[in-house]
Ligand binder design. Structure first.
Ligand SMILES: Cc1cc2nc3c(=O)[nH]c(=O)nc-3n(C[C@H](O)[C@H](O)[C@H](O)COP(=O)(O)OP(=O)(O)OC[C@H]3O[C@@H](n4cnc5c(N)ncnc54)[C@H](O)[C@@H]3O)c2cc1C
Ligand code: SF4
Ligand code: SF4
Ligand code: SF4
Length: 365
């Protein structure tokens, strides 16, 4: 099997698929790893896929000019967002100022990227999706807009930003925001987990992964609804059990960053408890473009304690470590997601079941 980057190390950024004129690449997702497999009959060995792969060609990373923490000044934007709503604020201001934004939203059961200059459409971007998103043809779409002389903002995971930077020829009008990322699982795992709970992801209007510090899946809208519960999907995500293999050696898990701005949660904040409940984002600004984005956005920022921020966000120094339970999880996955989690973490599984029962009888949600 010939692959674009090293075997089992593909991040699923899809840039090579956008680049290959011969349609010779297929992404194979086996739950545990992604691989970009080359059809050697179609391939003409032009080498372009390797040139833009963020695993083969590492993108320049720069240290932040400043570290801040803060939130969106519009209370509705802050409240709808996962953290402090800084990403959403930047997105809305960018569109208001005539630009296009590319980010990730749920569409027919898939978390895919879309490019838009409609504020209403951009509302679908809000919230962290704790799953590997699919950029589809976004690099080609962005390149076209940049060639038309439009300004484009990309908000995504660091590996996706790196892919875009390798792909784009003219970056003068390109602005980028990445999320501080400790890893992401295959969307097939999310589908499998929901199916076991009798939920068809394709029927969901929306899927919420957290509400501020309360993590757990909850459906948005009326179809096939379920309330937020502390679930084993989220547990596996938070404990770094089920990411695709490449995430454990992510070359973008560092203080120096690929984007104009990097956003995360300001877990170590010493601001008031009231503000923490409403959500506080950590903001790293690397470039003049980043400063421009923040200046034009309706946000409130304070100096952040860098040492604390790094202490509580290990992926600013090194990638997530592989827990010993990961191997057993995947060994047992054939019998189902819930089965695998019960097998590797019986106590946690039992606690979770009790919480679900209590939530059903209305004692606790
Ligand atoms: C997989 C993943 C892992 C993360 N790990 C950490 C972590 O370890 N530490 C930490 O501090 N923060 C982490 N974050 C970031 C955090 O969850 C928030 O997204 C971030 O703080 C921005 O919050 P906000 O309120 O400003 O975003 P919002 O205003 O809610 O907007 C979120 C933006 O991020 C985009 N987005 C959400 N999910 C994805 C995705 N899967 N792929 C591409 N784009 C996406 C949305 O489309 C939207 O534009 C992670 C996010 C993701 C998606
Ligand atoms: S080398 Fe060229 S033709 Fe072959 S898979 Fe890569 S981009 Fe496609
Ligand atoms: S990391 Fe991206 S560019 Fe590299 S092989 Fe995987 S999908 Fe292709
Ligand atoms: S950990 Fe790295 S490779 Fe994995 S999704 Fe995050 S940025 Fe991409």
């Amino acid at each position: 099997m010939k692959t674009v980057c090293a075997k089992d190390m593909c991040a699923g950024c899809m840039a090579c698929i956008n680049m290959c004129k011969k349609s010779a690449i297929t992404i194979v997702d086996d739950y545990k790893t992604y691989n970009a497999v080359i059809d050697e009959v179609k391939c003409v060995n032009c080498g372009l896929c390797e040139k833009i792969c963020p695993n083969v060609k590492c993108v320049e990373q720069v240290n932040p000019i400043f570290w801040k923490e803060g939130w969106a000044l519009n209370p509705e934007i802050r409240s709808n967002a996962s953290s402090g709503g800084i990403a959403s604020s930047i997105i809305y201001s960018f569109i208001k100022n005539g630009g296009y934004v590319a980010s990730c939203m749920l569409n027919k059961g898939e978390f895919v990227f879309e490019l838009t200059n409609s504020t209403q459409r951009a509302e679908q971007f809000v919230g962290s999706k704790y799953v590997k998103s699919n950029p589809k043809t976004i690099y080609i779409d962005i390149e076209r807009k940049l060639q038309e002389g439009k300004k484009v903002l990309f908000v995504g995971l660091p590996c996706q930003v790196a892919a875009l930077k390798n792909f784009s020829r003219n970056q003068d009008n390109l602005y980028t925001v990445d999320l501080i990322c400790h890893g992401s699982p295959s969307p097939e795992l999310l589908k499998m987990y929901l199916k076991e709970k009798s939920v068809d992801i394709e029927e969901l209007e929306g899927l919420n992964f957290r509400e501020k510090t309360s993590f757990g899946l909850r459906s948005v809208g009326k179809n096939n609804g379920f309330p937020r519960i502390v679930d084993m999907y989220t547990y596996a995500f938070l404990k770094s059990i089920d990411y695709t293999e490449n995430c454990y050696s992510c070359r973008y898990a560092s203080q120096s960053r690929v984007s104009d701005i990097s956003l995360g949660d300001s877990w170590g904040s010493e601001l008031s408890e009231e503000e923490k409940k409403k959500g506080i984002s950590l903001v790293l600004c690397q470039t003049k473009k980043g400063e421009e984005l923040l200046k034009k956005s309706n946000v409130e920022l304070f100096d952040a304690d860098i040492t604390r921020a790094i202490q509580l966000n290990h992926q600013l120094e090194y990638p997530s470590r592989i827990p010993s339970s990961r191997m057993f999880f995947f060994e047992n996955l054939e019998k189902g997601f819930d089965f695998a989690m019960k097998k590797i973490l019986p106590k946690e599984y039992l606690k979770n079941e009790i919480k679900i029962i209590l939530s059903k009888v209305g004692i606790r949600r």
